[in-house]
Design a binder for this molecule. Structure first.
Ligand code: PRP
Ligand code: URA
Length: 207
């Protein structure tokens, strides 16, 4: 499995804002969106394009058009914090939704929603979730997508833990991961250290 860390001063600054426990919800949400765009640009570098010609006021110009836009699948809830930014950059993109809540005692993913097309016919899928901790939630989502015939899976995450990356590397999934950082480890509650805390709660509250 290929794992890529987006190493850019603007990304590092946004990540620092997310880590800071004094960052309020509004600023946190905005930083997640801005960082998601940066990660998305890097993660989609390999999209296939075809040549198209348009007319500028001065004559024809050869440009390009993406041939197959990937399906985008945020993992609820926290993945929703990344979705708006992705849809602003790729507005015509079809979106599926997978809902998983991690059990905070067993750390196992507990699925509660699955709204993705039945047949994906080899389509590329971009999976969004800010946090890759044990990797259980992302693996669950990717197995659903693979079982429905997804082609290459690209996970875009803000932060990853080595334990989760290792699990996914041994999962047999056709997956690559793009992240802003790989942190040190998981703690006893399977939270990423130093991490940024609970991404869903910081984005949406605890209601
Ligand atoms: C968080 C996060 C990931 C998951 C990561 O979601 O957004 O989905 O935990 O942990 P894992 O890699 O150990 O599975 P959570 O289950 O807290 O739900 P939420 O998004 O609704 O807050
Ligand atoms: N989920 C989060 O939101 N944060 C972590 O550190 C681990 C799982």
């Amino acid at each position: 499995m290929k794992t890529s860390v987006v190493d850019h001063p603007l990304a590092a600054q946004l990540l620092t804002r997310l880590r800071d426990k004094h960052t309020d919800r509004a600023v946190f949400r905005q930083a997640v969106e801005e960082l998601s765009v940066m990660l998305l640009f890097e993660a989609t570098r390999g999209l296939v394009s075809e040549a198209v010609t348009v007319e500028t006021p001065l004559g024809p110009a050869v440009g390009s058009r993406i041939v197959d836009t990937p399906l985008v699948v945020p993992i609820l809830r926290a993945g929703l914090g990344m979705l708006g930014a992705v849809l602003r950059v790729m507005p015509g993109t079809e979106t599926g939704f997978i809902g998983v809540a991690r059990n905070e005692s067993s750390f196992q993913p507990e699925p509660y929603m699955n709204a993705v097309p039945d047949q994906l016919h080899g389509r590329q899928v971009l999976v969004l979730d800010p946090m890759l901790a044990t990797g259980g939630s992302l693996e669950h989502a990717c197995r659903i997508l693979a079982a429905r015939g997804a082609g290459h899976l690209t996970a875009v995450v803000v932060l990853a833990a080595p334990e989760g990356l290792d699990r996914l590397a041994h999962s047999g999934l056709d997956l690559e991961v793009w992240t802003a950082a790989i942190d040190e480890r998981l703690n006893e509650q399977a939270y990423i250290v130093p991490g940024l805390g609970d991404a869903g709660d910081r984005l949406f509250g605890t209601a």
